[in-house]
Each structure stands twice: as C-alpha cells, then as structure tokens.
Design a protein around this ligand. Sequence first.
Ligand code: ZN
Length: 298
Amino acid sequence: MGPTNIALVKLYQADQKLREAQSRLDAVSKNVRIQERKSNELSERLRLGQTTLREQQSQAAQLDLDLKTREVKIERLRTQQTNAKNNREYQAFLVEINTEKLDKGKVEEELLNVMTEVEKLQAETKELSGLLDVEKEKLESMRKEINDRVKQLQAEVNSLRPARDAAAAAVPKAALDAFERLADRFEGEAMSALTKPDRRREEYACNNCNMDLVTDVYNKLHSRDELIFCPSCKCILYIPDDLPIELAVNKVKEKKEPRIKTSNLKAAVNRQTAAEDVVKSITLEEDDDSSGDEQTAG
Ligand SMILES: [Zn+2]
C-alpha cells in the first residue's frame, strides 16, 4: 500500500485502541451516570415541590391575615350595632355584619383548601427529601466503589491519546478529513480490511459489510496511493497484514480467463427473454453480484 493508506491504517488502529479504552471507561461509569440522573431528577422534583409549597404557604398567610381583618371589622360593627341610636340604624349594622360574615365564610373555606394543599405538599416534599437522601447516599457509595477503576481506565485513555494524535499527524490532510468524517459518523469504523472469501478465487469482499468488490481493488490498493471506499458501507478499504500479495493474487493467471468467459456467458443468458431463461437468469444473477461497482477517490 502507499504511504497514505499505511498511515491511515496506523491511525485507524490507534484510534480503535483509544475508542476501546474510552468505551471501557464509559461502561464502568455508566451506572454512576444513571444514578446521577436519578438523583438530579429527584432533586428537581423536590425543588419544584418546595417552590409550590412556599407559594401556597404565602397564600395561606395572606388569607389568614384577611380573615383576622374581617374579624376585627365584624367586632367593630357589633359594637356599633349595640350603640345604635334607633332600630333603622340597628338593622343597617345587622345587614352589614351578615354580609361581612358571609365573605369571611368564603375566605375561611378558601383558607381551608389552601391549608389542605399545604399539608399535602409538606408530606410530598418530606417524602421526596427522604428519597433524595437515599439516592444521593447510593450515588456516593457507587462513586467510591468505581473510583480506582475509573482512575485506572482514565489513565489508560490518556496514555493512548498521544499515539492517536501522532498517527493522525502523519496522515495527509484530505485523507485525514475523510477518515475523521467517517469515524465520527460510524463510531470509529472508518476503515475496513479486504477479505478474500475463497482462497482459490481472486475475489475480494469488504470485511465490514461483506459486499463483494471488483477484482482489481487489491492491485489498486497495493500499487497506488489512493483512497478506495467500499461502495456499500463507504469505509476506506485497506489491505490487512494477513492478506499479502502471495495470498491475495493467484499466481496462475490462466485461471482467471474462464471466469471472465463464464460471466460473459451469463450476460448473454441474461439477455434472453424466454420465460424459462428468465427463471434461469434470475438464479444466475444471484452469483453475479461480484461485479459490483467500485468507487475510487484520490
Ligand atoms: Zn463495506
């Protein structure tokens, strides 16, 4: 392979190692993160409950004040009524007192409702607060438990990062951009090795998606320094160490010839329109997929 592809494979390997370490770290801290979320949600519910409770308490206080003012007013009216100069004045105070009593009754009712709500909220927030204490305690003990392991895994991640950075620095910019884009999109799976499913046949497939690739993909990767993408999964293709040219390319070139003729024959058959030939061609077409398109980019 050319220097760009060699650098890319090195980057891919360093990147994979780093991602594996990162995912080990993520896995260990996953339960802690779940517990953190649980605590935070409870905390938020408690905060909202306490806000509502304070609002209701302040409303209750206001209603209570209103009630006392009305009581004072009624008392004053009663005194005035007692000192009424005549029956007409007495009756007028009576009407006023009764109106005040009626209003006071409404306020009392409202206060009762608010007090009931306050009690309900007090019980709820108390329960939430207890729950939150339990969950927070659990979170703390979980943190302590994984603390050492997290430190160890974090150190591993930190130690792998410089190698990844160095490998990235060795890749030309355009190729690096292509790699990073794919790595972001496919969670690190930016590259895929060529495979040779059948040792006797000079046919290659993409290890990532198993798509059959055109025959000259190996030679292209071997002799040129260009990026070749899998037409199906879009990964950057590379030649793995376990597929050296001795294994990849058949020495006896003649073997290739009859295959080409066979596929020509298949193509001819495919052009037949008789019903039986159509049936035949369908079955033939199924193993004709190896002529899949190939996409290259410099
Ligand atoms: Zn593929």
